[in-house]
Write a protein that binds this ligand. Structure first.
Ligand code: ZN
Ligand code: ZN
Ligand code: FE
Length: 753
């Protein structure tokens, strides 16, 4: 049969990921001739051969594409035959022909790992080995196009051997921008506490022995510094907790390999696949009873954050006797992760005993991503390294929007056409360093993706630094309600059209009435909403001080339900309650809130759980874990009062039921099961009523409280059981790390009217 020539335009993440060599190898393997080159619309392949060969190419294209690539679309058209004699890669020199998609940073690939550990390889034990299938990307890019002179590899001219690999289309390192070797690339060295270089042949081996002796090491990684200690050394962990100012919040660990992980935690199939994935996130998995790890790694917590080595340097750290390391972001609590060598020595000087440094600059910091399996799917808790800046794709193209997110766990978003680029985790903006990082990230993402937003979308909260920043810019603004943005984020993730019933259970968000919302049933879409049901607003004595001391919230809820007839509960016995009651009585600094997070705090504290917390949501997390993943049999329905089609979920009845259980000495486990079950039943009943009233079948769950696995899984099952279609977060966090995505589509909707 006569040859035909076909042009394929392949769009997606197809640059800097070994795509052209892949096309080259595939075409040659099949016997096609033609060319491949980069163009502004993606990778263009012109293929000449028989229809059968063409068909084989199309079939193998997606299945065999390089691991870091993502094919979004393939446009195909027939063009005149040119009778090429072979298949060639055509170089592109034009700066305008650059695809705007940049790969995230990903874990060391298996080929590179084998070379790393092979004494005969020229990169044996070289901590910066990488190829087109693995290594740093986003964190080393200063500008576009993604080419070595525009990355932090610009200081390392390729040696002849590396250059040959870089230029050979048949090589795994063809156009691998961070390609390097011991002769031409970055190096590591060790520095002691006083800033003096420790001169040694092998700083990595010395690091292992320093860790084994109980030292705290600051280790420069891919997206920033980690503080590392031997996770089997209880006193080293205590020292780390002291120096880092982190009393009880669980530490994540990095383990030598999957086998070690399996000894420490129970792993499902999905958790295993996620651990070994190229994103290599921290997986929150259930700790084994016999893990033998010191309890101060994750006090009072039945989950352990665990990850596998993802850089060559990490792999080398596990080549000795160590098999588990605490690896925590090098910063004071809630400050951004440290990335710069000089900055590290200064900021970490009180924390680390030694520093394992290197001279490949990190241009953009990126924390480890965190995920957790719930209801059979992996859910992001923190979407960062390995994911940012991979875009999410909307159904339709829209105007460019800058969404600045909220205040805590901030992530920003920028959109272009149908793509939404979410930044890495930025952190809590109330912290000055995080705020600087926020501004830098906005500027950087706009530059590397060449986005000029038409509108900035921000949270309604006037005091959020993200809101204040937005108001200083000279672009049109749109302020959106926090929980409406949560709802829109879930709509965007699933490309839903039409209104939804949104169950938004959250910590804190500024309401349209100036009170603090957080336990809301909203009906609407990206362009608007009606608030249909919410928890009865309760005073929060001391405002944010009550968030840190759940017993205060507990007292407030109890007082509301019982007035002066309040029962004496053991959990409040040693608390000085009188001043708090006065604050409530005189309405002093006692903002009203409908927050579900605060309800959890109150119930947990009154039942004998945490009265004071050392990290965010600690009371609720421990209260949930007390239930041992069971809803139990009994429950109480919350009272609802109806006001012109709006329902207030009353607190009083459930408080009386709670006290009855506390006084009859029910266990914390029993109370926790009953309370979760009561929420599930009440939420499902309200949702069913809203469905009847509105005719809307689609339900979405969003808000930080849905990181509570027992509530989330219980409610999801119940809603499905009664015939509702439920959508939940799988791409972005259900916490405030997800709201920028919602803000984007709200902005697009706003501009389209
Ligand atoms: Zn590799
Ligand atoms: Zn080299
Ligand atoms: Fe929120």
């Amino acid at each position: 049969m006569a040859n035909i020539r076909r042009r394929l335009i392949i769009n997606g993440i197809v640059q800097g990921v070994g795509f052209r060599p892949f096309i080259y190898a595939l075409a040659r393997d099949i016997g096609l001739t033609g060319t491949v080159y980069n163009a502004s619309e993606g990778v263009v392949a012109e293929l000449e051969g028989s229809p059968l060969q063409q068909q084989e190419f199309t079939q193998r294209l997606e299945g065999e594409a390089p691991p870091l690539s993502t094919i979004i679309s393939v446009e195909s058209s027939d063009i005149p035959v040119q009778n090429d004699s072979e298949f060639t890669i055509i170089a592109s020199h034009d700066k305008s022909t650059v695809s705007t998609l940049i790969s995230p940073d990903v874990a060391l690939c298996e080929d590179c790992r084998q070379e790393l550990l092979n004494p005969d390889d020229r990169r044996y034990r070289y901590p910066f080995i990488n190829c087109t299938n693995c290594g740093p990307r986003y964190t080393i890019i200063e500008d576009i196009p993604y080419d070595r002179p525009y990355t932090s590899m610009k200081n390392f001219p390729l040696c002849p051997a590396c250059k040959a690999e870089y230029e050979d289309p048949g090589d795994r390192r063809f156009h691998a921008q961070p390609n390097a070797c011991p002769d031409c690339g970055p190096t590591v060295w060790l520095v002691d506490k006083s800033g003096d270089r420790v001169t040694l042949d092998d700083p990595v081996r010395e690091t292992i022995s320093l860790l084994s002796q109980g030292n705290i090491l600051a280790v420069k990684g891919l997206g920033g510094f980690h503080l590392a200690v031997d996770a089997r050394n209880e006193s080293a962990i205590s020292r780390l907790r002291e120096t880092k100012g982190r009393d009880e919040k669980p530490f994540a660990v990095m383990v030598r390999d999957l086998k070690t992980a399996q000894k420490l935690v129970h792993l499902t199939q999905l958790e295993t696949e996620t651990l070994v994935s190229i994103q290599a996130p921290i997986v929150l998995a259930t700790t084994r009873g016999n893990s033998n790890l010191p309890p101060n790694i994750a006090p009072g917590n039945d989950r352990l954050g665990i990850m596998l080595p993802y850089t060559p340097l990490h792999h080398l750290l596990f080549a000795g006797n160590l098999d588990v390391l605490v690896m925590t972001s090098a910063n004071f609590t809630e400050e951004p992760i440290c990335i710069d060598n000089a900055e590290a020595e200064e900021r970490l000087s009180k924390m680390a005993d030694y520093y394992l440094m290197h001279n490949r600059d990190i241009y953009l910091r990126s924390d480890d991503s965190v995920v957790m399996e719930m209801a059979g799917k992996m859910r992001p808790i923190r979407r960062s390294r390995g994911h940012a800046p991979r875009p999410l794709f909307l159904k339709q193209k829209g105007p460019s929007i800058l969404a600045v997110g909220g205040e805590l766990k901030n992530i920003i978003a920028l959109s272009k056409d149908e793509k939404v680029f979410l930044s890495q985790h930025i952190g809590d903006l109330e912290n000055l360093e995080a705020y600087e990082f926020f501004k830098m990230t906005i500027e950087h993402l706009q530059r590397i993706f060449e986005i000029e937003p038409e509108l900035i979308v921000h949270d309604l909260h006037p005091e959020y630094l993200s809101t204040k920043w937005a108001k200083e810019q000279s672009l049109p603004l749109l302020g959106v309600q926090h929980h409406h943005a949560h709802l829109a984020a879930c709509i965007a993730e699933h490309n839903l059209s039409g209104p939804v019933i949104g169950i938004i259970m959250d910590g804190t968000g500024y309401g349209t009435d100036g009170t603090i919302w957080g336990g809301e049933f909203l009906v609407g879409d990206a362009s608007g909403f009606e608030r249909k049901a919410w928890f009865e607003p309760m005073p929060l004595p001391g405002g944010s001080a009550a968030i840190k001391a759940p017993w205060r919230t507990g007292l407030s809820y109890l007082y509301h339900a019982f007035g002066s007839e309040m029962p004496e509960l053991a959990s409040l016995a040693d608390k000085s309650t009188a001043p708090i009651l006065q604050m409530i009585d005189h309405d002093l600094n006692s903002p009203l809130t409908s927050s579900c997070g605060r309800l959890f705090d109150a119930v947990a504290a009154l039942s004998g759980g945490r009265g004071e917390i050392r990290y965010e949501a600690q009371a609720a997390i421990e209260f949930m874990q007390a239930a041992r993943n069971q809803l139990g049999t009994d429950y109480s329905m919350f009272d609802l009062s109806n006001h012109d089609g709006e329902q207030i979920i009353s607190i009083n009845h459930i408080m009386h039921e709670l006290v009855r259980r506390i006084e009859s000495e029910k266990s914390l486990a029993n109370i926790s099961q009953w309370f979760h079950h009561s929420l599930v039943k009440t939420f499902a009943s309200i949702t069913l009523n809203l469905r009847k009233e509105s005719g809307i079948k689609q339900v979405i769950l969003s808000g930080g409280v849905f990181q509570n696995r027992l509530l989330f899984e219980g409610l999801l099952a119940e809603l499905k059981r009664v015939g509702l279609t439920v959508f939940t977060h799988e791409q972005v966090p259900t916490n405030d790390g997800g709201i920028a995505l919602g803000q984007v589509i709200m902005g697009q909707k706003f501009l389209s009217f």
